[in-house]
Design a protein around this ligand. Structure first.
Ligand code: RUG
Length: 823
């Protein structure tokens, strides 16, 4: 075999010089050689691609070195399995990580270009729905920043979360073709494609005297890996995100369809490639569609095979797999990985069942992200068996052996056995149960959520597996959500407490000393005012909106879901409006407020879409009624995404976190707002509980029923009409909607929303209305005292360092993964 001899080939990979000259040289090289254009004839797209390529060049040596080191040391690492990664734009993040932002800006000026113009071209990869996908993106950022060996695995959807537009106030979805111009951040490796099989049947065969089972699939697709760099912040580390794209195999066309029938063959190809075509636009409500299961198995099987067959050395002793990797299951979406690893170990690697199960049970851990029992995925056994017959057999055996253990402990307690069976009475596979049985640990995502998960969703399992359940409260990356989103606040913090806080967010505590400092107050307020101007410019350019600069900015941005209760927020707005419109108060008696909404509804969720329509309808009436004198405004920019969040969050004064207690697992928007100095009005739900405990009751507007009170009301029977009768403002607000005040006099348009609230609202919006309005009055009162408000806002920032995703990662490492950083 030939060996390299040239000194350059033997030397480590070189990075370009981290100077303006070095950057310019590399940038022009990328423009000329990579794009095939001269600077003078380049388009903005060329310039953006060349810039991205240049940033990549600076990261490359570190990336290659990290990949090499992670393999050569064979240190234990995390394989994070997630069907969603809501990444946000990459350019600024990667410039920040490498510390090249100023050099790049100067280099572009030297080329006669403006970084601002170029960065505007980036389309964010919207490969997630909301909190769950964004959490995965924050976690991989933190893992890289902590230097923990890890790889993120997921799906490279050709179309991410839909682009939302409004037509006559109603949501219309458009395809998100984020790859239309290509992506400069990905590295495709078609030569490393994995073959992923589906369908067919299983059969037994004799393997040198041992009877074994093999799967004889009927069709397959290729999983092509696309690698993305995940740079740590200022630490010279770069991890990998590997997303899989589906491609047809030749065998596919030949086996499934008649050879020679060209049109059928092309159709077959489309069928295969559909697997990674589009992200399911559902959040917290599983779809149960076959294509979804295909997606799940597709990426999980490719990832496990990638790890076991390519990343591990060929002579690796699989008994030691738990010392080398932990597969973290982000929700139930990747849980089919459990029987897949069993299949690989037993059928392919020929381990004994018990040995394989020993290994598998140590190699997985499961994070549950919901409290809605109906949101836990179940797959009908016939569907699963048709698509993955061998996996269904494996699941049945896992279940049989598990239920034997249950019987051993509890005797023939058939009721308990029925409750704990991985197979439901109607023959469906309960994926959360499978994950709980197989996982070395099971965690919820906030203290309250983890407690309710143990007590209400999986109590039998908690009893059966002492010590298996734990909590890791979610977190958000301060690099993107403070440093990039809020450069003004970041500068102020650094000027006040010095550098270093961005990777040690508990240090924000030092700001408490400045909570009563007049000069700090002024600077803090100036930052907020400036962020509001930036948002105003963004919304003017993007949507043609005007944002008043002297209003309290009251923000509710999150997926549209009845449990999150956007309708409760609307009822508050309508009440404020009604007070003015009916002449009961004069406009100057209300706190001037701009209400900002951002929310996408799942395309098939009719009620959510109607609520979006109602928000827009209320907005157009309130915004155009001269009696309001511009004291209230409702803004609903369409297509809320990570890029817009980075503008909205730093500008907000008030953060609306008003879900029914016991329904929001954690929330992460709540953390972003508090860290950027917004005060929260919220129920005792999800991570709100921990935010309130940390910032203090006096710096948080708590309202509404607690989770036990909700449970109690449910038991006693919830009669919404009692609440309507008890509060005149509430009945007036509902009457306004029913009377057609927001629908040109036609009351029928929004009647379903009102009727739902009054007749069958499992999320009890009306029960919390009166207390919510009272809490909003406390908001008004505090806002009237700007010093007191600013003090509370500063304390929110100072006391929320706990919500860094770096801390979440440390908790996962200590409690679940045991994967120390690689030094
Ligand atoms: O709804 C939850 C949020 O409360 C949570 O903050 C987020 C991250 O843990 O996950 C969200 N989620 C849950 N998204 N999809 C699900 C379905 O189980």
């Amino acid at each position: 075999r030939l060996q390299p001899t040239h000194p350059i080939a033997l030397a480590p990979v070189q990075s370009p010089e981290p100077t303006v000259d070095g950057f310019v040289t590399q940038y022009l090289r990328n423009l000329n050689n990579g794009r095939g254009v001269a600077l003078s004839t380049s388009t903005v797209n060329d310039r953006y691609f060349a810039l991205a390529a240049t940033v990549r060049d600076y990261l490359m040596a570190r990336w290659l070195e990290d990949v090499r080191r992670q393999r050569s040391t064979q240190a234990k690492g995390v394989a994070y399995l997630s069907a969603e990664y809501l990444l946000g734009r990459q350019l600024d993040n990667n410039l920040l990580a490498t510390g090249l932002t100023d050099i790049a800006a100067e280099a572009l000026v030297a080329c006669g270009l403006d970084l601002e113009d170029v960065r505007a071209l980036e389309v964010e990869p919207g490969l997630g729905n909301g909190g769950l996908g964004r959490l995965a993106a924050c976690f991989i950022d933190s893992l890289a920043t902590l230097g923990v060996p890890s790889i993120g695995y997921g799906i490279r959807y050709e179309y991410g979360i839909f682009r939302q537009t409004f037509v006559d106030g109603q949501q219309v979805e458009q395809a998100d073709s984020w790859l239309a111009l290509g992506s400069p951040w990905e590295f495709p490796h078609p030569e490393a494609a994995q073959t992923i099989s589906f369908g067919g049947h299983t059969e037994q065969y004799d393997d040198e005297g041992v009877t074994r089972t093999r799967w004889v699939p009927s069709w397959n697709v290729l999983a092509v890996p696309y690698n993305y760099m995940v740079p740590g912040y200022h630490n010279g580390r770069v991890n990998t995100l590997r997303l899989w794209s589906a491609q047809a195999t030749q065998g596919f066309d030949l086996r499934v369809f008649n050879a020679g029938d060209y049109q059928e063959a092309v159709r077959a190809q489309t069928y295969a490639e559909n697997i990674s075509k589009v992200l399911y636009p559902e959040d917290s409500t599983p779809q149960g569609k076959e294509l979804r299961l295909q997606q799940q198995y597709f990426f999980v099987a490719a990832s496990i095979s990638d790890f076991v067959n390519l990343i591990l050395p060929s002579d690796f002793d699989l008994a030691k797999l738990p010392d080398r990797v932990i597969f973290q299951l982000n929700d139930t979406h990747p849980v089919i990985g459990v029987p897949e690893l069993m299949r690989v170990l037993v059928d392919e690697k020929k381990l004994e069942w018990d040995a394989a199960w020993q290994i598998t049970r140590q190699c997985f851990a499961y994070t549950c992200h919901t409290l809605l029992p109906e949101a836990l995925e179940v797959w009908p056994a016939d569907l699963l068996g048709r698509l993955l017959p061998r996996h269904l057999e494996i699941i049945y055996r896992i279940n049989d052996e598990f239920l034997d253990e249950v019987r051993e402990r509890f005797g023939d307690d058939e009721e308990r056995i029925r409750r704990m069976s991985i197979i439901s009475p109607d023959g469906a596979v309960r994926m959360a149960y499978l994950a709980t049985v197989a996982g070395s640990k099971v965690n919820g995502v906030a203290e309250l959520h983890s407690q309710l998960l143990r007590e209400k969703v999986l109590p039998d399992f908690d009893e059966f597996f002492p010590g298996k359940f734990t909590n890791v409260t979610n977190g958000v990356t301060p690099r993107r959500f403070i440093r990039l989103a809020n450069p003004g606040l970041s500068r102020l913090i650094t000027d006040t407490i010095g550098p270093g806080w961005l990777t040690d967010l508990d240090r924000l505590r030092e700001l408490e000393d400045y909570a009563d400092d007049t000069a700090f107050h002024a600077a803090f307020r100036a930052v907020k005012a400036s962020n509001k101007r930036v948002l105003a410019r963004t919304l003017a350019d993007r949507d043609g909106f005007t944002v008043a600069d002297d209003h309290l900015l009251d923000v509710m941005v999150k997926r549209l879901h009845e449990y999150k209760r956007q309708t409760l927020k609307l009822l508050h707005i309508i009440t404020e409006y009604d007070a003015i419109a009916s002449g009961r108060v004069t406009p100057d008696q209300v706190t001037p407020r701009t209400f900002v909404f951002g929310a996408k509804a799942a395309p098939g969720y009719a009620m959510a879409k109607r609520i979006i329509h109602l928000i827009n309808a209320v907005g157009s009436v309130v915004n155009s009624d001269p009696r309001v004198e511009g004291r209230l405004a409702v803004l609903f920019p369409p297509n809320y995404n990570v890029t817009l969040a980075e503008r909205v969050v730093p500008a907000a004064d008030l953060s609306e976190q008003i879900s029914l207690a016991g329904k929001e697992a954690s929330g992460t928007g709540n953390m972003k707002f508090a860290l950027n100095g917004a005060l929260t009005i919220g129920t005792d739900d999800g991570a709100n509980v921990e935010i309130r405990e940390l910032v203090g009751d006096e710096n948080f507007f708590l309202f509404g029923m607690s989770e036990p009170e909700v449970a109690d009301l449910q038991t006693r029977g919830y009669h919404p009409i009692d609440f309507v009768r008890a509060d005149e403002n509430l009945s007036r607000a509902l009457d306004l909607v029913s009377s057609g005040a927001f629908s040109g006099g036609d009351g029928s348009v929004f009647e379903p929303v009102v009727s739902n609230l009054i007749h069958h609202d499992p999320f009890m919006a009306l029960a919390d209305y009166t207390d919510y309005i009272a809490a909003q009055k406390r908001v008004d009162a505090l806002y009237a005292d700007q010093d007191a408000w600013t003090r509370a806002a500063i304390l929110n920032v100072a006391r929320c360092g706990f919500f860094s995703s770096d801390r979440s990662m440390r908790d996962y490492i200590d409690r679940i993964w045991h994967t120390p950083p690689l030094v």
